[in-house]
Each structure stands twice: as C-alpha cells, then as structure tokens.
Design a protein around this ligand. Sequence first.
Ligand SMILES: *[C@@H]1O[C@H](CO)[C@@H](O)[C@H](O)[C@H]1NC(C)=O
Length: 349
Amino acid sequence: MLLTGSMLRLIRLLSCLTLVLFLQVCYAKKDSKTSCYTCKQITENFNKGFERTAKQNFGGGNTAWEERTLSKYETSEIRLMEIIEDLCDSSSFDCNHMLEEHEDKFETWWFKKKTKHPDLHKWFCIESIKVCCPKGTFGPDCNACVGGSENPCHGNGQCDGTRGGTGKCSCDNGYKGEFCLDCRDGYFNEVRNETFSLCTECHSSCKTCSGATNQDCDECKEGWEEDDQEAYVDECSKDPSPCNEDQFCINTDGSYSCKTCDRVCSGCTGAGADKCKACASGYQEAEGSCTDIDECSQSESVCTKEHQECVNTKGSYVCICLPGYEEKDDECVQIPQPGELIDRKFKVC
Ligand SMILES: *[C@@H]1O[C@H](CO)[C@@H](O)[C@H](O)[C@H]1NC(C)=O
C-alpha cells in the first residue's frame, strides 16, 4: 500500500499527540508527588517570614506613635507582601508556579481566615488547594493509612501518605510485610497481637531465631554451626534410651557411651549403689542406697536340711554342711573318721 502525503502528515500528527499525552501523564504524576512538598516549603517559609517581620518597623522605642504604626503594620498588606516576596527561591519553578497560581489565597487567609484557621499549612495545602493530606492519610480522598491515621503502619514504618501517596508502608528496620507486623530474618517477635508487634534482634550467631539467646537459633548464621554439645545431650535423653536396661548413659565429646550399672541395681541413672532405679534381687533399699539382704538372719530359716548352716553372700546366700559333715546325695552326712576306715579295712582283710 502506498502512503499518500496527507496520510503521512496524519500519522505525524497522531505521534505528536501521543507524545504530548504521555508527557502530561508523567508531569501529573510528578506533580502529585512533589506539590505537597512544595506547598509545605511555602507555608514553612511563610511562618519564617511572619516571625522575621514581627519586629520590623519597630524602632525599639516605645512612643505612642510607634505603637500605633506597629499595630497597623502587623495586619497590613505591606507586611503580607514582604512575606510573600521571600517565599520562593527564584530558581524554583515549582514554588513560583504554585505561588502565582494561588497568590489570592494568601490574601484571603491573611485578611479573613487567619484568626479562625491559624494553621496555614492545614488551611492552604490540605483544605484549599488539596495537595497534601493530614498525617497518617493518603490518596485523593485522604484515606487512613494501614494501621489507622493515629498509628500508621502500626508504629513500625512510614506510610506513603499525602494526596499522591499509595498508602503503602515502608517498614522500619527489623519489620516487614504489608502491615509491618512481621519480623525480618534475624529478628523475632517478642510481643505480637493483631495491632501491635515488637521485633527484637536475634543473637549474633543466628540467621533466624525464636528468642534472644544463641540457644534460640532456628538456623545458624553463615560461619556458625550448631554446637555438638546440644546434640549429645539429646542423645542420652532420647526415649528409648540408647543404652541397655542395666546400663547408664553418659555424654562424651560429640557422642555418648553406656556404662554398666552397679550390681546392686536393677537399672540405674548413674554409677554407684545410690543411683539405682530399683534394687537387684537380694538387695533392699536402705537410706537411699541398695544394700545386701542377710537371708541367714531372717526369722524363717532358709537352709532347712539337717546339719546345714547358712552363709550370707553379696546378693544371696549358700547352705553348706556343718564342720565334720559333707554333702552326699543332697544330704549332709558325717565324714568317716580315719580310725573307722582302718577298722573296716581290718575287717575286710
Ligand atoms: C496488643 O498489645 C499491646 C501491647 O502489649 C496492647 O497495648 C494492646 O492493647 C493489644 N491489643 C489487643 C487487641 O490485644
């Protein structure tokens, strides 16, 4: 298709229009962001100028003429003009533009509104030309920031406020999330409910943590590793125990070992007769320790056969034949005297 001259002109015109629209959008965006700042500067400079001119045209004397002149000057158009003259730096386009556009508003305020609305920033920037919003609010309608205008970002961040703002929070150090209630890595929630959060820094060895000490690390920071002591403490207190029933567990460097319980114990928590869980059979608990039961001195005799006596041993007892007797066929029988043997021999031979 051939492009005619008029079509080319049309295309050029459309491109220009698009560019103009684009620039306008950009300017509007920049405008809403900066005009509140510009307005603030103007009102701050106004207040400074107001103070500066307070003593002007006052000779320091105290004549009636001076008093009268001064009180006239205080509210005069001359004073207003002197203040306005110094509101903007000559190089600041934004400031001079805003001032030119709204100079009549300063006159209105100066002569009619000052008494009822002494806060110039509030009256001018927020209520009249509507470029700023009250603290803690944002957007074209000055809606409350997250967390409410009294406590924007729940006290843990800065709300992107004023008319051009998005209301988004930039959270302070240690906080994150839309509401600035969550803690960043390296911080933990010391206090938290729906409207309040206090994030405190972890111990320097933790990447993430649930408390303030190095015992509370969820994850170690780079260059740190979990202490083995922690690991082997856990080894011995495991359930079931890593040791046998007649052993106790002790932690060693980086590991654990099992040691046999004292023989007076049936299971134990450590070495010695006083660390028994229960006493082994033949032993009884006495004064916090397991001691031998003397079966021989029990009221009921344990060795019941004739010519037997009882001998106590550690943890048990034995029944042995009395002196002069020996065991034969599960009985204690008299040991034959040497004389008798000879006698018999004689008889046999
Ligand atoms: C949240 O905690 C703060 C500080 O402890 C307290 O002042 C506030 O009343 C609490 N709010 C709720 C809803 O529990």
